[in-house]
Design a protein around this ligand. Structure first.
Ligand code: MOS
Length: 735
């Protein structure tokens, strides 16, 4: 059974416009804060102004007496809650259950009022006295608990000490990256309402089923009593991968006041309530032969995690697999501090980890007097260097070659500080990128009724990459229907379960499930047709049935126009609709390792007097397997590159060392890249469909940002001769 479309007419691979574009630009797309209720009440959070200790006294009388206030909930009167999962694994302690404070910005009260203004005014009347303790804020603090290999992804092979001893050339350096905050444009919002013991929640989540599970545990409900909706989410970059305490508090407040409650975080609250990229300190040692072959890599990363919550990423996952090298040790250690819990932020682990590794490679290339691309090709990992298994697909060599070609890498004069544009210093830098994407099991359901429109559903989310669009393409392609005859729906926990939109894995998982559901649906129609005595397909083998332009007919028939439509088959059998389920999982029969790769090339121009760095050109060559939609895929890479420019040159969340207070929790003070900071970004996709799943895709969301920082940092070194090993690369650091 096939879909008979000519290659030119295929929808998969076409750069079609976003199917949800019109609803977004006309304002009909409803984000979590956009759902209204007649008796909606508003909640505003009160947060701790110290990082450690206890709430000695919390005065709520003035707030309770303020106009419009319905309730003030603190640890003194909050109903009991159970500890819920936070995303992948254990979540934070439930909020407002005792008087202890473990981080600045911890929620200590929630004020609910008739209007948002009344709730905000009353929240300012809540008075808290603290018994403050000295916080653990320093990664080096000997009192702090250290957690080794919490991500379970530490890697070692060979004998690093012996490798380093035998090496002819050595490089050792330490790198640092700051706290950076996800900062999606959409403020995270939750609207909760109860109907008896049934809880419905609109939330800024990257996984409705995961939020449902967390809420069910927190309130001691069966999952069937909780529904979570997120048809649109205003960005997240990983912040929506866990269910944070404010989500639980919104549902708690709604239960207490017996009305629907809306809670929207302020921009300042976003900095302490929904995670952030943890700061890192990384130590890298490389050993190589004079000819450039790596003989040893030692890479240790250290970052904070919360005192009573778990977050762990691996800073060295790419280190273990990017290069053929016999002796490797990659370790990440978390240190428990009085900080809000960090979380995944685009390219978690790899984005900071690859910054250290790829800057170190650049330093080694300088030491060897070797071209940076040549050094990487010399150490190319033809097979997975840890397991020795082949890659399911890998076109990193083509990324280097095509990226270098488009960039004009051969024009690079090797000597630092040797290229100029007038009085500006010009530098070229490059880096490799890898991301270990994760394809989790996924389900979808496809239905087609008498209106002739196929509806495909799965409880996934689309935080911006274009999931609505590419799933519509996959479904339309599989069913032989035009795009406008397919509607893809997501963002509802009652739909078939989907994984989180994270780890760059949703397109592979969901696309495969949608594909499977639609093939099953086509098969169901074909079986119905061949069984019908009045059908032109009567007696045909189902295997010989195909679909073209919405008509189902015999594959051998020259003219498929004689085939039947889906609706004609339904009508003849007196049916209102047919449905079919599809499921997907990563292939396990393939003796191969998945991986997504890229090469990034940056040109910078640096003002030698002012220390101002501008990224003037950028080329991203990406091996993304089959690209379902080159327009949305290129947008992903451009967006990740913009994030990477911010990561490298602008973004750092600053906090007061005594209290943990965030000093720059506004968009005026926390700088993100804006149009003036961003050059034209040239994206090229190379590679082949990956056999790891039936639609041949890899996930490109995270590799989009990985490698941007080292490419720019290496270009800054090439321009100036100054090696800046701490991000962001600011004028102060450069002068
Ligand atoms: Mo991504 S940081 O897994 O949303």
């Amino acid at each position: 059974m096939t879909t008979a479309a000519t290659e030119a007419a295929r929808l998969v691979g076409a750069g079609v416009d976003r199917v949800d574009g019109p609803s977004k630009v006309t304002g009909t797309a409803r984000y979590p804060a956009d759902f209204g209720f007649a008796d909606l009440a508003h909640a505003v959070l009160v947060q701790s102004t110290v990082a450690a200790g206890r709430v000695r006294r919390i005065g709520t009388a003035a707030a309770e007496a303020a106009p419009g206030v319905l309730t003030v909930i603190t640890h003194q009167n909050a109903p009991r809650l159970a500890r819920a999962p936070g995303g992948l694994g254990i979540g934070p302690p439930p909020p407002l259950q005792d008087d202890r404070v473990v981080h600045y910005g911890q929620h200590i009260a929630v004020v609910v009022a008739q209007t948002l203004e009344q709730a905000a005014a009353a929240a300012r009347l809540v008075e808290a006295d603290y018994e403050a303790a000295e916080p653990l804020h320093d990664l080096d603090d000997p009192r702090a608990e250290r957690v080794d290999n919490a991500s379970g992804r530490d890697v070692s092979r060979g004998d690093v000490a012996a490798g380093l001893a035998a090496a002819e050339v050595h490089m050792a350096a330490s790198y640092a990256t700051p706290v950076q905050t996800n900062n999606p444009l959409g403020l995270f919002a939750t609207i909760a309402h109860w109907d008896g013991d049934l809880l419905t929640v609109h939330d800024s989540t990257q996984g409705p089923a995961f939020a449902r599970a967390a809420l069910a545990v927190a309130f001691g409900l069966p999952e069937t009593a909780v529904r979570v909706l997120a048809p649109f989410v205003g960005g997240a970059f990983g912040a929506g991968l866990r269910t944070w305490p404010h989500v639980i508090l919104a549902a708690l407040a709604a239960r207490v006041v017996g009305r629907p409650v809306k809670l929207v975080l302020s921009r300042a609250q976003m900095f302490t309530s929904v995670g952030y990229r943890p700061p890192t300190v990384q130590h890298v040692k490389l050993g190589a032969r004079r000819t450039g072959e790596l003989v040893a890599i030692d890479h240790e990363g250290i970052e904070p995690t919360a005192l009573e919550d778990d977050f762990a990423e691996s800073l060295t996952r790419a280190t273990a697999v990017l290069y053929h090298c016999p002796n490797v040790s990659g370790r990440t250690r978390q240190v428990r501090l009085n900080v809000a819990c960090p979380t995944w932020m685009r390219g978690p682990g790899e984005a900071p980890g690859v910054f250290a590794l790829e800057c170190a490679l650049d330093e080694l290339a300088c030491e060897l007097g070797q071209d940076p691309v040549e050094l990487r090709l010399r150490n190319y990992a033809e097979v997975h260097p840890q397991t020795g298994r082949p890659w399911s697909s890998k076109a990193l060599r083509a990324c280097y070659e095509q990226g270098a070609e488009r960039f004009g890498w051969t024009r690079r004069a090797p000597e630092p500080r040797s290229m100029r544009n007038g009085r500006l210093l010009v530098g070229y830098g490059m880096a490799s990128a890898y991301y270990g994407y994760v394809q989790a099991p996924c389900q979808a359901r496809a239905s087609l009724g008498l209106d002739g429109v196929a509806v495909v559903r799965s409880a996934a989310t689309d935080i911006g990459p274009g999931t609505y669009t590419i799933m519509t393409q996959v479904a339309a392609d599989a069913l032989g229907l035009p795009l406008e005859r397919v509607r893809f729906e997501l963002g509802d926990s009652t739909m078939p379960p989907a994984p989180l939109q994270g780890g760059s894995g949703l397109t592979a998982a969901l696309g495969s499930a949608v594909h499977a559901a639609c093939r099953q649906l086509l098969r169901a129609f074909a079986e119905l047709a061949v069984s019908g005595p009045a059908s032109p397909l009567h007696g045909c083998d189902v295997q010989d049935v195909t679909v073209l332009n919405g008509r189902i007919g015999a594959a051998r028939a020259a003219d498929l126009a004689s085939g039947e439509t889906y609706t004609a088959i339904l009508a003849r059998h007196g049916l209102a609709e047919l449905s079919a389920d599809g499921a997907s999982a990563r292939r396990t029969d393939l003796d191969a390792e998945p991986g997504i790769f890229a090469a990034k090339f940056a040109e910078v121009q640096v003002d030698p007097d002012l220390g101002l760095v501008r990224v003037t050109r950028f080329v991203a060559a990406v091996d993304g397997g089959r690209i379902l939609n080159p327009k949305t895929a290129a947008s992903q890479i451009i967006g990740g590159t913009v994030g990477g420019i911010g990561m490298t040159l602008l973004e750092q969340t600053m906090s007061d060392p005594g209290t943990g207070r965030i000093a720059n929790a506004t968009f005026g003070d926390y700088l993100v890249a804006v149009n003036a900071d961003v050059p034209d970004i040239d994206v090229v996709f190379v590679g082949e469909p990956d056999p790891i799943n039936p639609i041949g895709v890899k996930g490109i969301g995270e590799v989009a940002i990985v490698g941007v920082a080292p490419a720019i940092a290496n270009a800054v070194f090439h321009a100036t001769g100054r090696r800046i090993r701490s991000l962001p690369i600011t004028a102060e650091r450069l002068l």
